[in-house]
Structure formats: structure tokens, C-alpha cells
Design a binder for this molecule. Structure first.
Ligand code: SF4
Length: 379
């Protein structure tokens, strides 16, 4: 295996990597040998269908492989190619995504499939920039698709790769900065075995996922142990370095599951979230949202509560607090049932609610919190 380390690379990163330059000539060979023996058998491996690779990459963006596998198989069985996805109804796409969270991923997949159908005659574009231009596809996903499907030499650098490289070279540069991302991407590119770019990238990710894991890397059996600077410094846990500037905000959600009518023929009310955001176009029960926690007395003083529920409505607390962590928000959700022998909503029903038979609720795509509640009711 031949490596060509550019002058520019030396001059830019000499200070950081010079103690470990010796590893460059045999890095890829060692990595690929490890990969041949240790890789997991996954349905999106060893294929060159860009559509299936794309779907798997999008699913795996915020989801563990174990959980994503089932969703991947189900999604591909229902939408086996670009055309079937592009021509599907958005509600059907969201229903197949239900439980994975981060629904903008599903909406973007759907949108991009339509773009491929309309602008590329249904054929997945085989050029990096054209792939990158599709909605929801960033640098990482474009590199993954083009290298896995066509062996194009674009380095794929995810959290697994950051961690592995940060430890191997004891890189102090934070991985969550633009400068850090650029540096690690360049380093991965220099290490890459370009004729086998797809396999190399898969091996890098797999190594971080299975061997150089976040909390329990087994350095005693690591093929790179003799060259790992973090291990030599007894500082594996200190890498990767993160700047961590993300600020999170707490929100308090109060949901009302209205049960109208007798069991077996009951109806309930849902609202489609139309505002932009990760839950756009998903359905949920009537919701009162607050930036501070509210007790029931405070809730009942709100304008929404007073316009939705008549005096004789009966409320029962079903779930007190369900914590749901998103990248920038932590949601604390509370669920009540609302019942009344004579109907619970003032008429006319607010125009943004729909009334549905309770036993048809599974036909509506819902977000994680709603799904948690509905599952708790059937178990
Ligand atoms: S020796 Fe340990 S820390 Fe270093 S690359 Fe191997 S598994 Fe990761």
C-alpha cells in the first residue's frame, strides 16, 4: 500500500502529528486487516446501491445500529427504491419513521427522492456535488454515499472516527469546531487507502464503533496499541476533546388525551404540528407548552385550558413526568386523560384539531413522546 503525504499537510499539521508519523505507511493495511476479521454483517455493507446506502446513513445519523437495523429493513421493504419513496404519501413515510425521532430526516429523504425523480430521471446522481446538493445530505453523508457506492476518495468522519483519530494521535483540537472537523477530515484523507476508499471509510467507522469505543476501548487487543499516543500518555479518557458550547433549554409540555364517548366507540382529538421543527407534520394531543413547570391549578388558569375544556370535564394524571432529551432542548412531558359523559370540548371544535375514532390513532404518525404514552396505554 502506498501513501503520499503532501507537503501542505506536513506544514499545516506537522506540530500535531509528527510524533506519530511512523504509523502512516502501514495504517490502512492494519486497519483493513482488522476490518476483514471484525466487521459486523449488516445489510448496507458490501453493496453499491446508493439509495440503500443513503437510507442507512440517514437512519444511523441519530440512531444506534441495533435499533436502526429493524427500521432500515422495514423502510427498504416498503420503499425499495427512489421511485417508490418519491411517489409515496408523506404520511406513509412518517409512519415508517415513527419511533426513530428527528423526523426532518424522513421529510428530507422524501423531498430528495422527489428531486432525484424529477431532476435526475430517477437515477441517483453519481457525482459528489450533485449528491451534496440533495436536501438533507451534508458533507458526511455525501462522502459516505459516494465512497461506499463508487469508491470515490472522500473521507467519512463521524463521531467514531473523530474518537479513534483523536486518541491515536492525541489531538487536542476540539472535534466540535469547524477547525477541528477540517483537521480530522484532512488527517483521515491522508491516511486513506484511496483505491479502496469505500472499505477504508467503513473500517474507520467500525473501528471506532467496536474497538476504540467511547468508554470501554479494549486497548490490550488493539492493533494500534503500540502507536497510540493517548495510550502511551495514559490519557485515553481525555480524548476526544470537545468544546461543548451547546446550551440546552428546559420546556414543559402538558398533553390532554380527550376520551369522548363510550369505550369501543370513543373518539379523541389530535392536532398536526405545522410549525417548522423536528416534529413538523406529526400529530399530537392538545398541548399546553410552558417554559416553567405548572401545577394543575396554574394549568387550569391558562387561556387554552379554559377555551378547550368545559366545567364538568374530569382530569386524570396518567404520566407525571417523562423526560425527553433533544439536542438543544430537554422536554418534561405530563399526560392527562380528559373525560366527560357529555363531551368535553366546547363547540365548535377549534379548527386546528381533528376528531378521530380512538381506535384509528395508529394511522397517524406521532412523535416519540406521543408514542411513549400510547404504548404505555396498551401494555
Ligand atoms: S490503543 Fe486504545 S485508545 Fe488507542 S486506538 Fe487502540 S483502542 Fe483506541
Amino acid at each position: 500500500m502506498l501513501f503520499f503525504v503532501t507537503e501542505k499537510f506536513y506544514s499545516t499539521f506537522f506540530c500535531i502529528f509528527v510524533p506519530n508519523m511512523k504509523i502512516f505507511p502501514f495504517f490502512a493495511q492494519k486497519l483493513l486487516e482488522w476490518y476483514q476479521i471484525s466487521q459486523r454483517n449488516l445489510p448496507w455493507r458490501g453493496i453499491n446501491d446508493p439509495y440503500k446506502i443513503w437510507v442507512s446513513e440517514i437512519i444511523l445519523q441519530q440512531t444506534q445500529v441495533k435499533q436502526g437495523l429493524e427500521y432500515y429493513n422495514r423502510f427498504i421493504a416498503r420503499f425499495p427504491d427512489v421511485k417508490s419513496l418519491a411517489e409515496a404519501d408523506e404520511q406513509a413515510v412518517l409512519l415508517h419513521w415513527q419511533g426513530l425521532g428527528y423526523y426532518s430526516r424522513a421529510r428530507n429523504l422524501h423531498f430528495a427522492a422527489k428531486t432525484i425523480l424529477q431532476e435526475h430521471n430517477g437515477v441517483f446522481p453519481n457525482e459528489y456535488q450533485a449528491v451534496r446538493n440533495l436536501k438533507g445530505i451534508g458533507e458526511y453523508t455525501a462522502a459516505a454515499i459516494t465512497s461506499f457506492a463508487w469508491n470515490m476518495p472522500y473521507p467519512v468522519v463521524d463521531g467514531n472516527v473523530f474518537r479513534f483519530l483523536a486518541r491515536l494521535f492525541a489531538v487536542d483540537e476540539p472535534v466540535d469546531t469547524g477547525r477541528g472537523k477540517k483537521l480530522f477530515t484532512q488527517l483521515a484523507g491522508e491516511l486513506m487507502d484511496k483505491p479502496h476508499a469505500g472499505q477504508f471509510n467503513q473500517a474507520m467507522i467500525e473501528f471506532g464503533a467496536l474497538q476504540c469505543t467511547p468508554t470501554t476501548p479494549d486497548c490490550s487487543i488493539c492493533p494500534f496499541a503500540g502507536h497510540c499516543l493517548a495510550l502511551a500518555q495514559n490519557a485515553v479518557a481525555n480524548y476526544p476533546v470537545k468544546q461543548n458550547k451547546t446550551q440546552t433549554k428546559n420546556l414543559y409540555f402538558y398533553y390532554f388525551h380527550i376520551i369522548e364517548g363510550i369505550a369501543g366507540q370513543a373518539h379523541t382529538y389530535l392536532k398536526k404540528r405545522t410549525e417548522k421543527g423536528i416534529w413538523q407534520n406529526l400529530f399530537e394531543f392538545p398541548l399546553i407548552e410552558s417554559e416553567t413547570p405548572l401545577n394543575f391549578d396554574e394549568l387550569s388558569q391558562t387561556e387554552s385550558f379554559q377555551s378547550w375544556f368545559p366545567q364538568n370535564a374530569q382530569f386524570k394524571l396518567i404520566i407525571d413526568t417523562k423526560k425527553h432529551v433533544l439536542s438543544h432542548r430537554v422536554i418534561y412531558a405530563t399526560f392527562y386523560t380528559v373525560t366527560s359523559r357529555r363531551g368535553v370540548l366546547h363547540t365548535p371544535i377549534p379548527p386546528n384539531f381533528i376528531k378521530i375514532p380512538s381506535n384509528e390513532i395508529d394511522q397517524y404518525p406521532v412523535h416519540r413522546l406521543m408514542q411513549y404514552y400510547l404504548e404505555s396505554q396498551t401494555s
